[in-house]
Write a protein of this length. Structure first.
Length: 189
């Protein structure tokens, strides 16, 4: 008996935005100001309170780092958000056969009104994909994510037929173009 299970996973770190960096700087400044205030006015007790401020600041600082894990298993895409490498939250779980659209984000049509957005991309823009789907409880959902080739290929196998044929033709053309670019860069013909 053959095992035809499809499994792919991908862990993507969110690239910090300017806003994220500003928040981290403000947190550090606040820690220093509060720590100095406590030390000046509370003496020995201030040292103990500073230790608590340091721990709390570290916890908040590292909690601002986000990663997204995409797990594709036999037609089901699960997306989890991992904060500070310590807490995991399921953002969405959706079956690929409920997708109404799938492809590169740069080729996506505008989102329909009333659609729930699930933003789980690295934030680099160039390699983002989108999936529009009918979710059991959330209704129409648009997922924006940054999958690797293995996750993309797994999803493609479970797309509705017409969407799968179109996507696979586009994907073959993209991979062929990528292959010819690689040969040109290496000097092969």
């Amino acid at each position: 008996m053959m095992n035809n299970d499809v499994y792919a996973e991908c862990l993507v770190a969110k690239i910090p935005t300017t806003g994220d960096k500003v928040k981290k700087i403000l947190l550090l400044v606040a820690m220093v100001v509060i720590g100095a205030f406590l030390l000046l006015f509370f003496g020995i007790l201030g040292v103990m309170l500073d230790a608590a401020i340091l721990y709390g600041g570290y916890y908040l600082f590292t909690g601002m780092d986000k990663e997204y894990e995409y797990i594709f298993t036999n037609g089901t895409l699960d997306i989890d958000k991992i904060s500070g490498q310590r807490s995991r939250k399921r953002m969405v779980s959706v079956d690929a056969d409920t997708f109404t659209a799938f492809g590169k984000l740069s080729e996506a049509v505008d989102m329909a009104e009333g659609t729930t957005l699930v933003l789980a991309s690295a934030g680099n823009g160039g390699t983002d994909y989108y999936a529009d789907a009918k979710h059991k409880t959330a209704g129409n959902v648009r997922i924006i994510f940054t999958p690797n080739d293995k996750v993309i290929d797994g999803i493609a196998q479970f797309l509705p037929r017409q969407m799968r044929v179109k996507f696979m033709n586009d994907r073959r053309a993209e991979l062929a173009a990528r292959g010819s670019e690689d040969k040109e860069e290496s000097g092969e013909e």
